[in-house]
Design a binder for this molecule. Structure first.
Ligand SMILES: NC(=O)c1ccc[n+]([C@@H]2O[C@H](COP(=O)([O-])OP(=O)(O)OC[C@H]3O[C@@H](n4cnc5c(N)ncnc54)[C@H](OP(=O)(O)O)[C@@H]3O)[C@@H](O)[C@H]2O)c1
Length: 380
């Protein structure tokens, strides 16, 4: 029995993880769950999976008098107790944003295997998390594909990593992007995901973050990582070799495949999911992305070529701009302008600890809000 901790259990990845676990109850038990605001869902998950611990990071309390087996903990710091628990065999990190950064670092230092979905953590602290004692298994489907493909002894023969991008809801859209609504942006044609990553898929910042993620996870420079548009989202990643061969990983677009792979690693274990029938796939298309077509993608590459704190600034400015778009304060097409301004005015600093990362994150978000307020003032 592997004991699993799921941090961010109430989100899309967290729920998909519990779904995979419930299909293999003879192999996995849930040691701990953690959520932020969705109290009722957390309680429901506790009743179904009987974990030893449940953490609610937002300090509002749960009615738990009828639950005997689970110890309830409250507050952000309690995530680290779960992430480093001596009995935990695998920690699934599926918290959006940087709230899981410290817990990820602590889990890796404690030698835990971390199945990592939270891409913000790798983007902002890739230089700190890679190379620690514990092992990182990437859940993000493209990186999971490359992880499966890349054999250590063949690394030198590999000339390129190619990540695929579905292109989001506006790939074929010919209307005015300044007018699109929050509902249109959140209507992703393939993947069901949290709000931030769905907006990031529409701007292509998600793919920009994934280039950075791949660069840290697989220790390759930006110019060795390409992105192609592939709306069907069946091929998740390619490796290109110097003798002209390519390898690819294909599956139906469902995050449970990658989660199942990580939970069972290094074994491959079948999961009761509809499987890809290649004879039914009649149309797989791949398209090169011209520079300038998606400004967020170019901004991410630029940040990757600069000092590390630019990556933190990029992520912070994007997260804040996405929030401002979601709450109706800015237009969709303003998101890249805000990020560009934040990078332009960013003064690089050393980031050697979680506190350094969180400090840059806080300052850049403040600066973005100030910039948007002053811009709104001028518009009036
Ligand atoms: N969804 C995908 O297909 C996908 C694919 C690849 C990578 N990812 C990455 O995986 C992460 C999660 O994505 P998602 O789509 O599952 O997002 P989501 O649905 O928005 O879920 C986010 C989870 O994080 C929790 N959370 C947020 N702030 C927290 C805090 N301060 N402390 C503790 N927990 C906190 C939320 O708790 P409450 O809901 O209780 O507030 C929720 O459980 C993101 O980093 C995303 O980029 C997602």
């Amino acid at each position: 029995m592997k004991k699993v901790v799921v941090l961010g259990s109430t989100g899309y990845i967290g729920r998909a993880t519990l779904d995979v676990i419930s299909c293999q109850s003879e192999k996995f038990t849930v040691l701990g769950l953690a959520a932020n605001t969705q109290k009722d869902l957390l309680l429901k998950q506790v009743k179904e999976f009987n974990p030893s611990f449940a953490v609610l990071t937002e300090k509002s309390y749960l009615r738990t008098e009828n639950i005997k087996k689970t110890k309830f903990l409250y507050g952000q710091d309690e995530l680290e107790i779960l992430a480093t628990h001596p009995e935990a065999d695998i920690v699934v990190m599926a918290i959006s944003g940087l709230a899981g950064l410290k817990a990820t670092l602590k889990a890796l230092d404690a030698g835990k295997t971390v199945a990592l979905a939270s891409k913000e953590v790798i983007v902002c602290a890739g230089h700190m998390i890679c190379g620690r004692k514990g092992k990182i298994l990437p859940i993000d489907s493209e990186h999971n594909a490359i992880f499966q493909l890349l054999e250590k002894q063949r690394r030198k023969e590999c000339t390129k990593i190619i990540l695929t991008a579905s292109g989001g809801p506006f790939l074929k859209y010919r209307g005015d992007l300044s007018m699109v609504s929050v509902e249109q942006v959140l209507n992703h044609p393939v993947w069901k995901m949290g709000k931030r990553i769905t907006v990031d898929s529409a701007t292509m910042m998600n793919k920009g973050l994934e280039i950075i993620e791949a660069s840290y996870l697989f220790k390759v420079r930006s110019e060795k990582i390409d992105v192609v548009l592939h709306p069907q989202a069946v091929v998740h990643g390619f490796l290109m070799f110097h003798d002209g061969f390519m390898k690819a990983i294909l599956s139906l677009p469902d995050m449970r495949y990658a989660i199942n792979y990580c939970l069972n690693y290094p074994d491959r274990v079948p999961l009761k999911l509809p499987q890809l029938d290649i004879s039914e796939v009649h149309n797989l298309t791949f398209e090169r992305i011209q520079k300038g077509r998606f400004p967020c993608l170019d901004l991410a590459r630029k940040a990757l070529e600069s000092e590390t704190s630019y990556l933190v600034a990029l992520n912070a400015a994007d997260e804040e701009a996405v929030n401002l778009f979601l709450n109706g304060s800015i237009r969709f097409d303003f998101i890249p302008c805000i990020i560009e301004e934040a990078l332009h005015t960013h003064k690089p600093v050393d980031v050697n600890s979680a506190e350094d990362v969180l400090d840059v994150d806080r300052r850049v978000k403040q600066q973005v809000r100030k910039f948007v307020r002053s811009f709104a003032g001028k518009e009036k």
